[in-house]
Write a protein that binds this ligand. Structure first.
Ligand code: SF4
Length: 446
């Protein structure tokens, strides 16, 4: 139960658990909006504390923060005039964060400020979703249709995507917008090869590149989709950043989660990417994969360290409803302490390689209540990752599963989702392309 009482210019917030614990704190009466925000924070904090005491729960490093994008709170406090010192204190006191997590948030947010622009609609970012993969990983909840079973949809999908790229290109020229970054994700875009890939890359270059485009990334996560020819095409098309994602450097785990490649495939693809001269290579790993403990993570990090990637993205396993792994939750249970030890090991490795954390996010059902963190060596942090996570820039998303985010100057957001299924997407483009372009045009001109 929560009680709110008013005493001499102060609001007292009290939280009681029947027959159990009690907690209270006060907030000075001030402007209504700020007061309401503080009251909500205190109620959350009170409930958190009372439950912790009543059920003897270990303190959670993320305190009362449950959102996907915890850095947004830091940016919003900074925008409203708080100093870095005050922000750290707010995170510790109002949100009950551990000092380590508070320092991490402040550190990441400081680094991100350099990426922000005064106008959320110029420059903008582009995302293109290619919803195909060689096979579906057991933990996957993305738009990823195996080419083996859904290959018959590829032709129609590519045709619809070409129409969408041309429409967005024409709109950007009409509105005279700069494109800061282009990101091909999915799925695994490099599931598409040969002339299909070549034509797609040429069209992107012709329609979407502007003189100011600083970053071009392609998710090439599944190493078995890569060849010297494909990597050469990416390089020649101006791609500066790719992801080759081992997830783990244990063949047995890779097989058990339904990935069709080996650790040797990872090493081979990586050396080809270096050979053709792709400037920045990111590698993703997942902590807490079924059957893996701290020793496995240590081995994975040692092997990745030998390759010397420019970025490392560390995911803590999140078992979502849409994944096959959800059905076998017991297999992946990992105690918080072990999850945290894995996260710390990954952090120490990344810092030891000269990287720093530059974006982070959390998910529901994430391993041990932890987080996902992107690390980068100097000058290699991804612009797109920061903009997509902090939602301070309009991102126009094309292709399957793409989520367009139209950001206004007050940082409010309007979303427009493209369907994930390639067949539904093709139909959506036939029926709704003009309406989508009108929505973007209206937003940018308002
Ligand atoms: S490679 Fe990524 S997108 Fe493709 S199935 Fe695996 S997790 Fe999903």
């Amino acid at each position: 139960m929560t009680v709110r009482t008013q005493v001499q210019g102060e609001l007292i917030i009290s939280v009681f658990l029947e027959g159990g614990q009690e907690w209270s704190a006060s907030v000075k009466e001030g402007d209504a909006e700020d007061e309401e925000r503080r009251v909500k924070e205190l109620v959350r904090l009170g409930i958190h504390r009372v439950f912790q005491a009543c059920y003897n729960l270990a303190p959670s490093p993320w305190g009362t923060l449950t959102g996907v994008r915890p850095t947004k709170i830091v940016h919003s406090l900074l925008d409203s005039g708080s100093s870095w010192h005050q922000i750290r204190k707010t995170l510790l006191v109002n949100y009950d964060l551990s000092p380590k997590k508070a320092d991490l948030l402040v550190d990441v947010a400081k680094r991100q400020r350099a990426f922000f622009h005064s106008d959320p609609n110029n420059p903008i970012g582009i995302y293109i979703g290619i919803p195909f993969c060689p096979t579906r990983c057991s933990y996957c909840s993305f738009a990823a249709y195996p080419l083996t079973s859904h290959g018959h949809l590829l032709k129609g999908f590519l045709s619809a995507l070409r129409s969408e790229i041309r429409a967005v290109g024409a709109l950007l020229r009409e509105l005279n917008r700069k494109v800061e970054s282009i990101y091909l994700g999915g799925g695994t875009p490099t599931t598409i090869t040969g002339s299909n890939l070549g034509e797609l890359l040429s069209l992107i270059e012709k329609e979407l590149f502007t003189a100011d485009t600083k970053e071009y990334t392609v998710e090439a996560g599944r190493p078995e989709t890569l060849s010297l020819e494909t990597l050469g095409m990416l390089k020649n098309a101006g791609v500066q950043r790719i992801s080759i994602n081992p997830q783990t450097m244990h063949d047995q785990t890779l097989e058990s989660v339904g990935r069709q490649h080996t650790t040797d495939d990872v090493r081979r693809a990586y050396s080809w990417a270096r050979q053709v001269g792709i400037p920045i290579i990111n590698m993703d790993i997942i902590l807490g994969l079924p059957g893996e403990g701290l020793g496995h993570v240590e081995h994975t990090l040692r092997e990745i360290g030998l390759l010397e990637p420019d970025n490392l993205t560390v995911h803590s396993l999140s078992v979502k409803r849409a994944s096959r792994l959800k059905k076998a939750l017991d297999e992946v249970y990992i105690a918080h302490a072990e999850g945290e030890a894995m996260v710390n090991l990954a952090r120490d490795s990344a810092l030891g390689w000269g990287m720093t954390p530059y974006y982070l996010y959390r998910q529901r059902h994430i391993l041990g209540g932890l987080e996902n963190i992107g690390y980068a060596r100097p000058e290699t942090a991804s612009i797109y990752n920061v903009q997509m996570m902090e939602e301070r820039q309009t991102i126009i998303a094309l292709g399957g599963g793409g989520m367009t985010k139209l950001v206004s100057s007050d940082l409010s957001l309007v979303r427009h989702a493209n369907p994930k299924c390639p067949a539904t997407y093709s139909q959506h483009i036939t029926d709704g392309l003009t309406e989508k372009m009108n929505q973007i045009r209206t937003h940018i001109l308002e």
